[in-house]
Design a protein around this ligand. Structure first.
Ligand SMILES: Cc1ncc(COP(=O)(O)O)c(C=O)c1O
Length: 440
């Protein structure tokens, strides 16, 4: 080729959550049935969709306009409904008034995956967004790909319930003037951390002090349990420019709808922020619009009097599973798991250095040729990925190595999603057992 056609960020697009699937599939030669604990799809893992939600969708699907394009920004009735919801969020004690938005401050996308690609893809190349480590890889990869460099990160501390190290955040902002924005995920994927008000206020203070905008991924805002208290970004952001990302995927749940939206806060507080937001809309306009049907269902589903109970019921369900996951790892030397307090995942972290020792580690597998294959495949991979491959080969359980989440900590993430209680408990027990065997 006479020109290099490769984008500088091309090598940065990593999504281990699905890449691990290709490896798991390669084990079919040995007839290993796989239990998928890698992908956050509640429906695939057996959760039934509430009948009243299906009835709403069925009724909407019976209307001709559900088959039409919607406005580029999204269906007006959905945006009016969602902006009213933002404007009705209460004021937390000790906070300034929550931000108020207009209908046009809601922009729909084909799932947050699409929103994230635009949010980072239309940022100026040199403008960096500092994000958490570990981090949900769609966000970290999109930021890295947009800049062409490694994603810039601040530390989430596993010894402090995965809270962000706010000193690290501030120092990285202060000494790197390319940082234009702060990214947080609350509740967090992969750690299950839920940030208290004070942490959120601290992010806002830093953003205000250094002239940054905030991106807060609130995919799991309505999946909080274990007594955790938090707030939406809109309730603490005051006058700072910001974006909150929300989706139908996990809370309805309806991941196949590919329906997510961005809430824009304080758009007019900064001219450059306003122009940037307009570029997100212009980019969407080239695609015409996002999927109409799920948007049209939003007022009826989220506005239904049964929806609050639906959320409470699901949060309680995940709380129970979080306890089971934590119990399965309690007392195992060499690994720790902080009980999640939000979202749909748990993350176990190996003690520092424990996997790096020169001891060749493995797990028992059914066939010597399989052991040989795993040894070959793990020769040059991160230590936590090595464990993950052996776990797959030995127990047929597919989890995601923490090194795939922009993290130096060795560990793995699994889901709280298996709907069959007995199967789920058995999976957690098998993982705990495998860790013990591996570290022995
Ligand atoms: C933190 C976070 N953000 C965004 C997404 C993407 O969600 P969507 O299905 O809306 O693309 C996910 C999906 O797992 C997620 O965990």
């Amino acid at each position: 080729m006479r020109r290099d056609i490769v984008h500088p960020g091309a090598g940065k697009l990593k999504y281990e959550i699905r890449e691990i699937v290709a490896f798991a599939r390669s084990l079919s030669r040995w007839n290993i049935p796989i239990r998928w604990e890698n992908i956050g799809d509640p429906v695939k893992k057996g959760e039934p969709i509430a009948q009243w939600i299906k009835d709403i969708v069925r009724e909407k699907a019976g209307e001709d306009l559900s088959y039409a394009y919607s406005e580029t920004e999204g269906a007006r009735e959905a945006r009016e409904f969602l902006s009213a919801q933002v404007n009705n969020r209460p004021k937390p004690a000790g906070c300034p008034d929550p931000v108020k938005i207009e209908t046009d401050d809601i922009l729909f996308f084909n799932g947050l995956g699409d929103a994230v690609a635009k949010v980072f893809g239309f940022l100026r190349r040199e403008a960096r967004v500092l994000g958490p480590s570990p981090a949900y890889s769609t966000l970290s990869s999109a930021e890295a790909a947009h800049s062409g460099y490694e994603h810039l990160t601040y530390r989430l501390d596993p010894n402090r319930d995965w809270m962000p190290d706010m000193e690290d955040v501030e120092l990285k902002v202060k000494y790197n003037d390319s940082v234009a924005g702060l990214l947080l995920i609350n509740p967090d994927n992969p750690t299950g951390a839920v940030y208290p008000l004070e942490i959120l206020q601290e992010f806002v203070r830093i953003a205000r002090t250094y002239g940054l905008f905030i991106v807060c991924d609130e995919t799991y805002a309505n999946i909080v349990y274990g007594g955790a208290k938090t707030a939406a970004l809109s309730q603490v952001i005051d006058g700072v420019p910001g974006l909150a990302l929300r989706s139908l995927s996990k809370e309805v749940p309806w991941p196949g709808a590919r329906c997510g939206w961005v809430e824009v806060y304080n758009r007019h507080s900064d001219k450059r922020f306003d122009t940037y937001v307009r570029s997100l809309l212009d980019a969407k306009r080239l695609e015409v619009c996002s999927t109409s049907l799920p948007q049209l269902c939003i007022p009826a589903i989220i506005g239904d009097p049964r929806y609050p109970d639906h959320l409470i019921h699901r949060a309680a369900m995940f709380e129970k599973r979080a306890e089971e996951a934590a119990a399965a790892f309690t007392g195992i030397k060499g690994i720790s798991l902080k009980k999640p307090r939000g979202a749909l995942y748990a993350t176990a972290v190996f003690d520092p250095g424990i996997l790096d020792a020169l001891i060749p580690r493995s797990l028992p597998v059914s066939d010597p040729s399989l052991a040989e294959y795993i040894r070959e495949q793990t020769a040059n991979v991160a230590p936590d990925k090595r464990f993950v491959y052996w776990l797959l080969a030995s127990a047929g359980i597919c989890v995601v190595p923490l090194s795939g989440f922009a993290s130096d900590l060795p560990g793995f993430r699994f889901t709280l999603l298996e709907y069959d209680d007995e199967k789920r408990r058995q999976i957690y027990r098998a993982m705990g057992h495998a860790v013990k065997q591996y570290l022995n």
